[in-house]
Design a binder for this molecule. Structure first.
Ligand code: KIV
Length: 266
């Protein structure tokens, strides 16, 4: 029995109806239940847990065991939302290893879809996973698992050539079978162009208002954490009064198109 009202075909239908998709990260059952009851459509157990839960500088230290544990916690709280879990760094170097890792997230964590980072170099892995019946979400633009290769947390696709490469990668991932795409930190014009070019839903984070939906790291939305806040983040706690109201305000702002505004976009 499918225990979620939100399925992958339903997300595709939302895109077709021009209805915005609301996504947020969660790492435990309590917040998962709150997000679920607030009508969040997709709950992402992000490998960002290595940073916001464990206090590391990057997501590279997050292990598959960490992901399985937190996905299982979130699964206990999420009843309606689609449960998406990240394949962490180096858990998918080959199609076979990716399938073993994804199987753990699904069997032990109860994830309904897995996310991996990268473009054309990942199409063989995506095909293999989809061939085994495993739903896959792609992730393009800023790839936190490649932070050292990229030289930092930098906006991607600013030049014509890199923008073209990203568009091609998105089309190649779609052709390989991804059912969803997360697009991180690209200019809003490129976010909109990729969203229009694809049949599958595109969820943006720092990719402008033209995407089919938005995702944020929960702690960023709640204004938690020290240090400089990235441009694409909005603190929804400011003026909300309490956490449930902040989450509802985010969901409403995504649905009515007021978030992200120009000041949150590149
Ligand atoms: O790990 C994560 O939280 C993510 C989001 C930033 C999209 O991948």
């Amino acid at each position: 029995m499918i225990n979620s009202a939100i399925t992958i075909p339903e997300l595709a239908a939302m895109k077709a109806r021009d209805e915005k998709i609301v996504a947020l990260t969660a790492y435990d059952a309590t917040f998962a239940q709150l997000l679920d009851e607030s009508g969040v459509d997709v709950i992402l157990v992000g490998d960002s847990l290595g940073m916001v839960i464990q206090g590391h500088e990057t997501t590279l230290t997050t292990t598959l065991d960490d992901m399985v544990y937190h996905t299982r916690c979130v699964a206990r709280g999420a009843k309606r939302a689609l449960l998406l879990a990240d394949l962490p760094f180096m858990s998918y170097p080959t199609p076979e290893r990716a399938a073993e890792s994804a199987a753990r997230l699904i069997r032990e964590g109860h994830a309904q879809m897995v996310k991996l980072e990268g473009g054309r170099s990942r199409t063989e892995t995506v095909r293999f996973l989809v061939g085994q019946g495993i739903p896959v979400c792609g992730h393009l633009g800023l790839l936190p698992q490649s932070v050292y290769q990229m030289g930092g947390y930098l906006v991607q696709g600013r030049e014509d050539r890199s923008a073209q490469t990203l568009l091609e990668d998105a089309l190649l991932l779609q052709e390989a079978g991804v059912g969803l795409l997360v697009l991180e930190c690209v200019p809003a014009t490129l976010g909109e162009e990729i969203t229009r070019a694809l049949d599958i839903p595109v969820i943006g984070i720092g990719a402008g208002a033209g995407c089919d939906g938005q995702v944020l790291v929960l702690h960023d939305l709640l204004g938690l954490g020290s240090g400089k806040r990235p441009r694409f983040v909005k603190d929804f706690m400011a003026g909300a009064g309490d956490i449930p109201s902040a989450i509802l305000a985010y969901a409403q702002a995504v649905r009515n198109g007021s978030f992200p505004a120009k000041e949150h976009s590149f």
